[in-house]
Design a protein around this ligand. Structure first.
Ligand code: MG
Length: 219
């Protein structure tokens, strides 16, 4: 039976990361690019998407809305040089080109289902302004109580400000949030705010994990 209100007011909002949770991870694409440069995937990940710590890497700056996507590629040169790699100049384009990921439809259906049952739903994503039209094709924004995009907030995970902005935009306290993300550094910061978390490795497996968590906290 669908419930009109959450079973326990202590968990009233479920928040979803985009890459690796609602869609397949774009980091899968990195292996092809890494192969072209005879590099391993972690090295290419560090060059193109930057280190785990948030900072001045061009990908991070674009996610905070400080650079355009078109500006990322040339800014990557010193990061590649640190690994003795000279980029060809089309790596960002290759990574961002259409058709590089699949939408996890059962997870999108779960978002709609939770909202229907009275939970607040959130999208919390590190993303670029230029990517928004694509994301709006992939997702039904109406299924989300709040859409929190790093470029719009001017802060990216795992920086503090975007977690606070998420709670504010949802209108809930941190302890009321259950959060799904595939990156451990994002999960750790969420936990430091008091959010409950599910670290996603297989999105299809994470769907029953959500229900298991909500059942547990309804007793
Ligand atoms: Mg992710």
């Amino acid at each position: 039976m669908p419930m009109a209100t959450p079973p326990n007011p202590s968990v009233s909002a479920v928040v979803f990361d985009f890459g690796g949770v609602l869609i397949t991870s774009i980091t899968n694409q990195l292996s092809k690019i890494a192969q072209r440069h005879s590099a391993d995937v972690p090295t290419m990940l560090a060059i193109m998407l930057g280190p785990h710590e948030s900072g001045h890497h061009p990908w991070h700056r674009a996610e905070r809305g400080e650079l355009t996507v078109a500006e990322i590629q040339t800014e990557l040169a010193p990061w590649a040089a640190a690994h003795n790699i000279v980029l060809h100049g089309d790596e960002i384009e290759a990574l961002m080109s259409p058709g590089q990921y699949t939408v996890i439809q059962p997870m999108l259906d779960k978002v709609a289902d939770l909202k229907h049952r009275g939970y607040k739903t959130g999208l919390l994503t590190n993303t670029f302004a230029e990517f928004r039209p694509t994301m709006q094709q992939d997702l039904r924004f109406d299924d989300f109580t709040a859409v929190v995009e790093s470029f719009a907030v001017g802060s990216r995970k795992p920086e503090l400000a975007i977690y606070q902005a998420t709670a504010d935009m949802l209108g809930v306290s941190h302890e009321e949030i259950l959060y799904l993300d595939d990156f451990p550094q994002n999960i750790e910061m969420a936990q430091s705010f008091g959010w409950s978390t599910i670290q996603v490795s297989d999105p299809l497996q994470a769907i029953p994990d959500i229900e298991q968590f909500l059942d547990k906290y309804s007793e």
